[in-house]
Design a protein around this ligand. Structure first.
Ligand SMILES: Cc1cc2nc3c(=O)[nH]c(=O)nc-3n(C[C@H](O)[C@H](O)[C@H](O)COP(=O)(O)OP(=O)(O)OC[C@H]3O[C@@H](n4cnc5c(N)ncnc54)[C@H](O)[C@@H]3O)c2cc1C
Length: 698
């Protein structure tokens, strides 16, 4: 799909290990060595790096005035215990947990957010279509629309206060059925019905309707292939075992032996037919015959930035890179399993803005300071450089250095590594070897503040990009569910081609002109691709005026390709260049193809005539708004090379007082995973802070 819609010049990326990277690896080893022996009493190593910096930072306030007087653009320096770079879900959650911790006496936690509001990718926006001077509001989601694992959302509130999510304004309802799937031949099926006996407190009539829908759905599966519904149940059991073992042991990183017997039974049964480390499609081929059920059982791989199909050109069928191992079937269980207590697709009443607003209220209650319109331009071991939007200077910004004992970077990790971290390896003036920290602080203060830039570490593998359309409509689209997935499955080769955007992502062909025919000679609009449509009014009528609707369409596409030249440009110029990788004519082509697929449903065939307001975003927009690397909204992909132990953790190998949290770190992308990761980072931060307090007091 969009690899054909949007074609660009391939950008060369240097790969060979350099002398400097070897030196960095050596210094990593030394750091490991250092931390491995950190239990040795401080008297043996009285000037270890962390101790020095935490101790002397407390005494660094005297630098303020000197610096301000030497550089008129520098503002009064602040001193904080913890600075959090970015107010996304990760930043908010880690701030709440540190502020609520009783293990430290930390009081000064500040979140610095570049945008006017916190929440990052998670939140909603409103379109106001004035009608005879009356407000007509249409609500759209910035990003997330599927609320999974609601207990993890609840936990952050109950574990930091004695209150519930609902006390902070977050109410969650289950969507039944979870999804509607619309195939490219117009066939439709609804999936995801909690078992009738489950704790589904719907009233009698609604429950009866749902049971009828479920019966229709099972009958439909049997039309796809013989015993389709029974095979589906079989697959659900396998994925439930993956989920029960995978969530505690690999995602939450707490050993849960009780889940392992069932996991092993399901994995080894029938000569290892569902062995979880095989390419996902190998297991699907063992269980299902039809393209439709295979696609239905695996489209969730997109969430982790992987395709389900074996890639014969790559080691292990691609499971180390772009192909999902079968264990990611656990995503299907999370959404669709009828009895697993972790399963179900939910929606927050009031949209994902309710999630962000509830977390924002929580952190404010806990005494965290939030500073929006504040862009961090450099991260050092002792604090951060910022630019605050204000009117006092000609360019509307002022530079400032904020000292901190601990910096937690919630901005996307591969971006932060290249664009924010100031140290030797970036060629900046940071002296890693200096032992006298007050001298080190002065060197920051006297150097020029860094220039804001946008670049990312391209040695990682990324999830897909997304082009999103936000359509406000003067018609209610009753044939759509809250969550709808459009899948291409006419033939096996078409089903595989519909994932092309995740295959060979970094080998896009150079083809400056956008031809109307693709390489197979097909009309581009007919090229197979999958996409997702969110219609929240089905669960929450406050989304749009009556008889109107608001939908979000997400079409996976290429990521931005890194341009070496851009790394040397100021941020604005780099962004302008990246914007050109997604020209309006390419977006129009995607829009046309989407509308054509909608037309497979009779009542949706003239949708374009009912669009009264529209906006779209491309990977370049995501990059500009949130500084996400490669413009991907779904962070680093989750192949074996970037999963669990191999995914970047919270530690910075270069700056010991810096931690990372967020979707590109462990355990991974998606609001619940980011919340789980934030808990782990906060525990680490609290122990660092507690040990620094201990050092100060002893
Ligand atoms: C289109 C789309 C659909 C999605 N669908 C779902 C879904 O259905 N369900 C789900 O669970 N998840 C979904 N996600 C993923 C989910 O949104 C993310 O995993 C999660 O919100 C990431 O949170 P974060 O805190 O890691 O990062 P972010 O939200 O990116 O937060 C980082 C923050 O740092 C700020 N920042 C960056 N650079 C700087 C700087 N230099 N100075 C100051 N601030 C800075 C950014 O502005 C941002 O606010 C979706 C995402 C998108 C975009």
């Amino acid at each position: 799909m969009p690899s054909l819609f949007i074609t660009r010049q391939k950008v060369q990326r240097p790969r060979r290990p350099s002398l400097s990277s070897l030196l960095i690896s050596l210094s990593k080893l030394l750091l490991i060595f250092e931390s491995a022996f950190s239990f040795i009493p401080v008297t043996l190593f009285p000037l270890s790096r962390r101790d020095i910096s935490l101790w002397s930072l407390v005494n660094s306030g005297h630098d303020i005035d000197t610096s301000s007087s030497q550089n008129p653009k520098l503002q009064q320096q602040q001193q904080q215990d913890v600075v959090i770079v970015g107010g996304g879900i990760g930043g908010l959650a880690v701030a709440a947990r540190i502020a609520a911790s009783s293990s430290t006496t930390t009081s000064k936690v500040v979140i610095l957010e570049k945008n006017t509001e916190v929440g990052g990718r998670c939140g909603s926006f409103w379109v106001d279509r004035k009608n005879n001077e009356q407000k007509e509001l249409f609500r759209h989601e910035q990003g997330p629309s599927l609320l999974l694992l609601p207990s993890i959302y609840e936990e952050i509130f109950t574990e930091t206060t004695n209150k519930t999510a609902s006390d902070y304004g977050l109410d969650i309802v289950q969507c039944v059925p979870a999804y509607q799937v619309i195939f490219d031949d117009g066939d439709r099926i609804s999936v995801g019905f909690p078992a009738a006996t489950s704790n589904n407190n719907k009233k009698g009539q609604i429950k009866q309707q749902q049971q009828q829908q479920e019966a229709l759905s099972r009958a439909k599966m049997d039309t796809f292939e013989t015993n389709g519904a029974t095979k589906w149940d079989d697959y659900m059991d396998i994925t439930s075992a993956y989920l029960n073992a995978g969530l505690p042991n690999f995602i939450e990183e707490r050993f849960d032996p009780t889940s392992l017997p069932e996991f092993l039974i399901q994995s080894l049964k029938n000569f290892g037919r569902a062995w979880p480390l095989k390419p996902h499609s190998d297991v699907l081929d063992e269980i299902f015959d039809s393209n439709k059920l295979k696609a239905l059982a695996s489209f969730q791989d997109l969430y982790v930035g992987l395709e389900p199909y074996r890639n014969g050109k790559l080691l292990g069928g691609g499971v180390f890179q772009s192909t999902a191992p079968a264990v990611f079937g656990l995503l299907a269980a999370i959404e669709l399993h009828p009895t697993n207590d972790k399963a179900g697709v939910f929606a927050p009443i009031g949209g994902f803005q309710a999630v962000t607003s509830a977390l924002e209220r929580l952190v404010i209650d806990l005494g965290v300071d939030i500073q929006c319109n504040t862009t961090v331009t450099g991260v050092t071991n002792d604090g951060v450089w910022i630019q605050k939007l204000q009117s006092s200077n000609s360019d509307g910004t002022a530079d400032e250095f904020i000292s901190a004992n601990l910096v937690i970077v919630n901005a996307d990790l591969p971006y932060a590594k290249k664009s924010l971290l100031l140290d030797d390896s970036n060629g900046d003036n940071y002296d890693n070897s200096a032992n006298n920290n007050s001298i080190r602080n002065e060197s920051y203060i006297h150097q020029q503040p860094p220039t804001e830039k946008f670049d990312w570490d391209d040695n990682f593998s990324f999830s897909s990009g997304v082009v999103s359309f936000y359509w406000s409509l003067d018609k209610s689209l009753d044939d759509l569910n809250t969550h709808n997935v459009f899948l291409s499955t006419k033939t096996r080769s078409q089903a595989e081609a519909s994932w092309q955007v995740l295959r060979d992502q970094k080998q896009q062909k150079a083809s400056p002109e956008h031809t109307e025919k693709n390489e197979n000679g097909n009309d581009q609009d007919d090229y197979p691709f999958n996409f997702y449509v969110h219609r929240p009014s089905k669960t929450d009528p406050s989304v749009a005026p009556s008889n109107c609707d608001a939908i979000m369409v997400l079409v996976p596409c290429n990521t931005l390709l890194r341009d070496e030249e851009c790394s040397k440009l100021p941020r604005k110029e780099a962004m302008d260049r990246y914007q050109q990788q997604f020209p309006p004519e390419a977006v129009l082509r995607i829009r046309r193809a989407v509308l054509k697929r909608f037309a497979a449903v009779e009542t949706l065939n003239n949708l374009e005539d009912h669009i009264i307001h529209e906006e779209y975003r491309t990977p370049a927009t995501w990059a500009d708004r949130y500084n996400v690397a490669a413009g991907t909204p779904f962070a680093l992909s989750h192949g074996f090379a970037q999963l669990s132990l191999t995914r970047p953790g919270p530690d910075s190998s270069r700056l010991p007082n810096v931690l990372y949290c967020g979707a590109s770190t462990k355990p991974g992308n998606g609001v619940p995973l980011v919340l789980i990761g934030a808990k782990q980072v906060a525990e680490k931060a609290n122990s660092i802070l507690a040990s620094s307090e201990h050092t100060k007091s002893s």
